[in-house]
Design a protein around this ligand. Structure first.
Ligand code: UN1
Length: 508
């Protein structure tokens, strides 16, 4: 079926024959079953092509391994120049790539543009970083000795990404990995393969400007679980960075651990916000709505649990219901729409199951129903529920906001932490002591803890990730780059003596 998306893909340089594999500019068909890609926007068929199987992985691993031998010796600032060019190309193709993201992941255009902006931002960050991959020099206890550390490229990195951030999460990993000297083997979600093809085409365009760079520095393979497992088990990939469900991360993490590899996991969030009595309620309504219904509740940082002080709960809930009743829901490519569709029917069903569990636990559900027509468009739900209900401990990838009440801050913090996940959290308060308590060691146990903003929409400059079942990995900014490198400790003796550490005498 003709769709404007094909024109966009052609403009981006994606070959007309869609393939499940590419090694640099070498686009290779997969040997597996046919994948049919339907748009969550209107159910239209976007593409059909054979998936890759685990048997298709070998040439990719070989190419990445070969590429590594050259790439690790390219000076990091020169690797940074490649990434700088990718950032420029992304600026030029921002609108087109965002359209692909909206068509395939169903997020509204403004958020898709934001996602591509995250790619551009991480390019800029990585370019700067390419000139400051630094180690320490450390005081040696021995005279005439120097103790220092260096950071060297680690090796090819496997990057497994999810449908909900189909291009930005790859960029967080790939741009850092590339400046660090690691070739990148990407396994995108089979729900958003065209986003990967489009992104890869942009990178290939830059690769053409650098004929000396081996093609194997960038590759992708689109397949199902079997391919993910093969990647996790591949000794050629010393680092596996995986974003997705806790179940996926558990499987990948165990497989990587079994070969004593390194994994960087960014898994489920079940994020909460505490709204304290002094909170600015206008700001609360806006930040809650963006965090809870943005991306149709399908961010790992989406707000799922609202813990409100009992003195303001009725007022805040009424205002939220008012805003929810007027939310513009519909085609994410249309101007003015704020809530697009769920990714697919399975997402809709798990939303309905969660709402049913909530009702059984005595929850009062407002919204949550499907809007008739093509695609799975829903009314975001507000669920007033008891903090003891089992369903609130689960992450459902849908716009459901569980609302609970509290009396004392310590109780609110305990509620916030009483879930298996630990990605993002926030408190809305104008009381300094409450804010600092929330940020203290006895406060939020998450990897992200915010004050007077929501749980989602983090900037790339900070380290991104969380604790407990979220997996413990950190991607993106700060010193996350260290995961993509190996640290070497060097001791250099520039004296004519051989003093041993710890004062050991060993005279022969
Ligand atoms: C994700 O959902 O996997 O903080 C990533 C945010 C975005 C990234 C979300 N910058 O909401």
């Amino acid at each position: 079926m003709p769709t404007p998306l094909n024109d966009v893909l052609a403009a981006l340089g994606v070959p007309a024959n869609r393939t499940a594999i590419a090694i640099g500019n070498n686009w290779i068909p997969g040997t597996g079953e046919t994948l049919h890609v339907r748009s969550p926007v209107d159910g239209s068929m976007l593409a059909s092509f054979p998936l890759a199987t685990a048997n298709d992985l070998k040439p990719i691993l070989d190419a990445a391994t070969n590429a590594f031998h050259d790439w690790r010796m390219v000076p990091a600032p020169v690797r940074g120049e490649f990434v700088r060019r990718i950032g420029i190309k992304l600026r030029e193709r921002k609108t087109e790539l965002a359209q692909v993201v909206s068509w395939e992941a169903g997020k509204i255009l403004a958020e898709s543009l934001g996602e591509v902006q995250e790619m551009i931002d991480i390019c800029d960050f990585a370019v700067g970083l390419s000139r400051q991959l630094h180690g320490l020099t450390i005081a040696s206890e021995r005279p005439g000795h120097r103790l220092m550390e260096q950071w060297h490229p680690l090796g090819p990195a496997g990057v497994i990404t999810a449908f909900n951030f189909p291009v930005a999460v790859w960029a967080w990993n790939a741009m850092l990995g590339l400046v660090c000297g690691d070739p990148i083997v990407w396994k995108p979600s089979p729900k958003t393969p065209l986003c990967a093809l489009a992104t890869h085409a942009i990178v290939v365009d830059v690769l053409r400007e650098f004929p000396e760079i081996p093609q194997g520095v960038v590759s992708f393979i689109i397949g199902d679980r079997e391919v993910g497992e093969a990647i996790a088990g591949a000794n050629e990939l010393p680092l596996i960075s995986a974003t997705g469900s806790v179940a996926m991360g558990r499987a990948v993490g165990q497989k990587v651990a079994a070969r004593l590899g390194r994994s960087l996991l960014e898994l489920g969030g079940n994020n909460a916000m505490i709204v304290a009595p002094t909170a600015d309620l206008e700001l609360a309504v806006r930040s809650i709505t963006f965090a809870a219904v943005g991306t149709c509740g399908q961010r790992c940082t989406s707000l799922r649990r609202l813990i409100v002080h009992e003195s303001i709960a009725d007022n805040l809930i009424a205002r939220l219901k008012g805003v929810y009743s007027k939310l513009p829901i519909g085609n994410p490519l249309e101007k003015g729409v704020l809530v697009g569709p769920l990714i697919d029917e399975a997402a809709f069903e798990s939303m309905q199951e969660a709402l049913e569990s909530a009702r059984q636990a005595g929850g009062q559900v407002t919204g949550g129903g499907r809007i008739p027509g093509e695609g799975f468009y829903v009314h975001p739900a507000i669920v007033e529920i008891d903090a003891a209900a089992p369903i609130i401990r689960e992450e459902t990838f849908a716009p459901i906001l569980y609302v609970m009440r509290y009396r004392e801050l310590s109780e609110a913090i305990a509620m916030q932490n009483n879930v298996p996940q630990g990605l993002s959290s926030s408190i809305l308060t104008n009381d300094l002591r409450e804010a600092e308590m929330f940020l203290s060691p006895a406060g939020s146990d998450c990897g992200i803890a915010n004050v007077n903003i929501g749980t989602s929409g983090a900037e790339i400059g900070g380290a991104f990730g969380g604790e407990k079942e979220t997996g413990g990995g950190r991607e993106s900014g700060s010193d996350s780059w260290k995961a993509y490198m190996r640290r070497v400790t060097n001791t250099i003796n520039y004296s004519k003596e051989l003093p041993l550490a710890q004062g050991i005498k060993f005279d022969i």
